[in-house]
Design a protein around this ligand. Sequence first.
Ligand SMILES: O=P(O)(O)O[C@H]1O[C@H](CO)[C@@H](O)[C@H]1O
Ligand SMILES: O=c1cc[nH]c(=O)[nH]1
Length: 352
Amino acid sequence: MSLLAANSHSMSEEEIDEYSDGTVKLRNANIELMDQDILYHLALGSESHDLHEMFGDVKFVCMGGTPKRMENFAHFIMNEIGYKLPAGTMLQDISEFSYRYSMYKVGPVLCVSHGMGAPSVSILMHEMIKLMYHAKCQEPIFIRIGTCGGIGVEGGTVIITEGALDAQLRNSQEFTILGKTVQRPAKLDEKLARELKSLASHDDPYDTIIGKTLCTNDFYEGQGRLDGAFCDFTEADKMAYLEELRDHGVVNIEMESTIFAALTHHAGIKAAVVCVALLNRLNGDQVNAPKEVMNEWQQRPQTLVSRYIRKVLAQKGQLKNMFGHQGLFGHQGSIKSPRRFKLVQQESQAHE
Ligand SMILES: O=P(O)(O)O[C@H]1O[C@H](CO)[C@@H](O)[C@H]1O
Ligand SMILES: O=c1cc[nH]c(=O)[nH]1
């Protein structure tokens, strides 16, 4: 009998949406049969760390391209939800020794950097979904907090993705598995997108809109820029392409939404993408807003997501309960076998 047939946890496309206990299930029966599962790029392991103890309370997984943005978000959300670290402790990058991604935990919120583009996000998503599984997290929600180029929208506009399209305008992500092409739907949670939109305030000094997002594998030629190292098309070609995208309902371009949507959907995890536009691509290609302005713009998706997290926690009556929680320092202390943890670190360093 094949491994998949032998294991009741391998799930069909229909079943995965209907699991009843709220925990994340894996579509891979192999994992349960392994002695240990090393989440190599996170510097964590299912035997070396007590993942349930460390991450079992996670409800929100927020991701964005850069380690600094996610560290800032961790500090921001800590303040927003009134989470207190134990005296004398500070936020730590849990995945520091992977030298790949950064991860900060603030109570029920995990803040993780994902790097640029589909391959980087794909590796992280496999390990994050497995982390949710090992930790037995209940119905975690994944949100990407990103930046993008706007199409017909001004820099500083916040854009919630209602449909993620690949470079051929398909609402899916293409994978090559064992040499074969596989398409998986790039589905985000529509209700979550609407709920996020509803949390935009009339008092916000910027627009928050919902629209389709184009996801490319490149920042330059792939996004129709004239300012890459190479360019074999004219400005008129570029403008015709951007107008075509606009006619299709596309309001922004970035580089991770389809893989993020496809893998969360495949795992039965609700997800959303919220980005801020750094420029209006109809007006140019260079990202040239002053640093301070861009920093303030990048805060905007974080503010929207924090309103959502606060709302959910308030509904659960958990906004104030967090003061008594075990802080991050406590979680860092949940390594089951320090020796194994050292090995994971050494292995990570050896692959640097
Ligand atoms: O701001 P982040 O999250 O990194 O995302 C956007 O910025 C990068 C390009 O500058 C791409 O990864 C794109 O998707
Ligand atoms: O134009 C842009 C800006 C940010 N990120 C992108 O992928 N494209």
